[in-house]
Design a protein around this ligand. Structure first.
Ligand code: TYC
Length: 103
């Protein structure tokens, strides 16, 4: 019996093998109304990006439809998405932030 996380790559893990918990992507969705500056502000304030990183991610969302803000544990990802959506609604923007399992 192997203890710990092992490689996490076993194709047929035994019932008792421990796997690391899944990580979660926080993603921003594009829309036609939220100002670009507001999205950049969100990325800087909630995801600790500098102006250049934030602008890059914002433009990815704008051109491709969605973009990754970061990868976190489940709790942190869900809390960040809630905070972004609450703040966006407070500011009356339709910006949508979602959480996806990263596997
Ligand atoms: N598409 C928006 C505009 O043209 C900008 C935008 C970018 C909105 C990213 C949402 O997640 C978003 N003003």
């Amino acid at each position: 019996q192997e203890f710990g996380f092992g490689t996490g790559l076993a194709t047929a893990p035994s019932e008792t093998e421990l796997k690391p918990p899944p990580m979660y992507r926080v993603v921003l969705m594009n829309d036609d109304y939220t100002p670009m500056d507001f999205v950049v502000e969100i990325l800087m304030v909630f995801f600790n990006m500098n102006d250049q990183q934030a602008t890059e991610v914002m433009l990815t969302v704008h051109t491709k439809g969605k973009g990754v803000c970061g990868v976190f544990s489940k709790d942190v990802a869900e809390t960040k998405a809630l905070m972004v959506n609450d703040y966006s609604r407070q500011c009356q923007h339709p910006l949508l932030c979602e959480v996806e399992v990263a596997e």
